[in-house]
Design a protein. Structure first.
Length: 92
């Protein structure tokens, strides 16, 4: 985002994930690196908090949220987005 006029550029990855928290962010040359904790399940980030996952759940079975900690590298010149998984909580 350009602070002077509020214009911005969007980047698209070839997959779905919803960032929940951001870790490190830095730029080296043309590469913007961002560490995200993401959820990767189709129910989205708030579906995992749906009360139906907790009511009538006497065994307290944890609903899967597909959490991963990923490092995204965004090439600011070519708009290429790549990532690597640093830590995975698995998917259900």
């Amino acid at each position: 985002m350009t602070l002077a006029d509020g214009s911005y550029t969007t980047f698209e990855a070839d997959h779905w994930a919803f960032p929940m928290h951001t870790g490190n962010t830095y730029i080296e040359g043309d590469i913007l690196t961002v560490d995200f904790e993401v959820t990767t399940v189709a129910q989205g980030p708030f579906g995992m908090f749906d009360r139906k996952n907790y009511i009538n759940n006497p065994d307290r079975v944890t609903p899967g949220n597909g959490s991963e900690y990923r490092r995204y590298n965004i090439n600011l010149k070519t708009a290429e987005v790549t990532f690597s998984v640093s830590l995975s909580g698995g998917e259900e």
